[in-house]
Design a binder for this molecule. Structure first.
Ligand SMILES: [Zn+2]
Ligand SMILES: [Zn+2]
Length: 335
């Protein structure tokens, strides 16, 4: 992993027993230690629960609640099948494990799924008691933070991911150096588009030598999956990194509407002179979204564009953090 630059915040707590940057490499016989003892590893564990919630602040009238939180404000609430992925790190013990998975399973059940499964989140935990001034709405990102607070005393957390739906999830990282209110929020959407990979100044034969079948003159299409991740501190009262509906509308207006069912090379002006590779499309999407997302109060963190089951491009949009490899998030993504 590349060391973060001076402006980059720490991405996760260093894993105990990990090799600090600049340290001598592991001796050749390190792999021979009994059962890997002492060598670091990140493990993930998945859990599921179903719960309901309601976005309604008692200090606002019905019309304002509805205007701010849409259908999420409708009584008596609605529910989700949540999926939680917990990432933990540490050195292996003499049994070849970071932790005994049975202990992990029991800790998650006792601290999270038992108190939350089939419950009304607004009443499940005091963080979501809105009659208290410090209470906040049980959003995906606020729930992820509350789960982290329950688990970090019991497990060597690296981070956790909470899916509210397959197209909406929150990530939080563990570690004392982080802003305790910071969370990552991701949304997934899709569009269908055609493209042709070719540079105008080259001959057809030269383009086919570079881009293969993707340079065929009449183009071809993909169903693109687009994941947009923003980061920021959650609001103390709304529990939100940013207004989710506003974020979804920005992505719809600035990307999906102009890109969907187009021939990118001809219909999107940027690609008249820029080869619409998955990388270039992801970069252009990041450029389109960065400013408008900043205006919502969050920062665009990452754009991931999956072009086919076999290839994807990822752009980390926070320039000072281009060298940041959020290893903990990747562990979660693979979970
Ligand atoms: Zn909901
Ligand atoms: Zn293609």
């Amino acid at each position: 992993m590349l060391a973060p630059g001076p402006m980059a915040p720490p991405t996760s707590r260093p894993i105990e027993g990990s090799i600090p940057p600049g340290a001598a490499p592991l001796p050749p016989d390190a792999g021979q230690a009994p059962h890997g003892r002492g060598r670091p590893c990140v493990i993930t564990r998945r859990a599921r629960f179903s719960a309901s919630h309601l976005y309604r602040l008692p200090e606002l009238d019905d019309a304002t609640n509805q205007q701010r939180f849409g259908r999420c404000s409708l009584e008596p609430g609605h529910g989700h099948n949540y999926e939680l992925i917990v990432a933990m790190g540490g050195p292996l013990d003499g049994d070849g494990m970071v932790l005994n998975l049975s202990d992990v399973k029991h800790a998650i059940r006792r601290e999270v799924t038992e108190p939350l499964d089939f419950r009304f989140l607004n009443q499940a935990w005091p963080e979501f008691d809105l009659t208290r001034p410090e209470g906040r709405l049980p959003t995906t990102e606020a729930l992820a933070l509350a789960i982290r607070a329950r688990l970090e005393a019991h497990l060597p957390l690296v981070g956790l991911r909470l899916y509210e739906q397959p197209d909406l999830w929150a990530d939080v990282l563990a570690g004392p150096a982080l802003d305790p209110m910071e969370a990552f929020l991701s949304i997934r959407t899709h569009f269908a588009a055609a493209h042709r990979l070719a540079r105008e100044e080259l001959s057809q034969a030269e383009n086919e030598a570079i881009y293969g079948k993707c340079a065929r003159p009449h183009g071809h299409g993909h169903n693109y999956l687009l994941d947009v991740t923003v980061r920021g501190p959650i609001d103390a009262r709304t529990g939100m990194v940013c207004d989710l509906a506003e974020l979804q509308q920005l992505v719809a207006d600035l990307v999906v509407e102009p890109f969907d069912h187009t021939f990118l090379n001809k219909d999107v002006p940027h690609f008249a002179s820029c080869v619409p590779t998955a990388e270039n499309i992801a970069l252009h999407i990041a450029d389109l979204l960065s400013g408008p997302i900043a205006a919502t109060g969050a920062r665009l963190h990452k754009v991931r564009l999956q072009e086919s089951p076999n290839n994807a491009a990822e752009v980390f949009a926070e320039t000072p953090q281009l060298e940041m490899v959020p290893a903990a998030l990747e562990a979660l993504a693979a979970g």
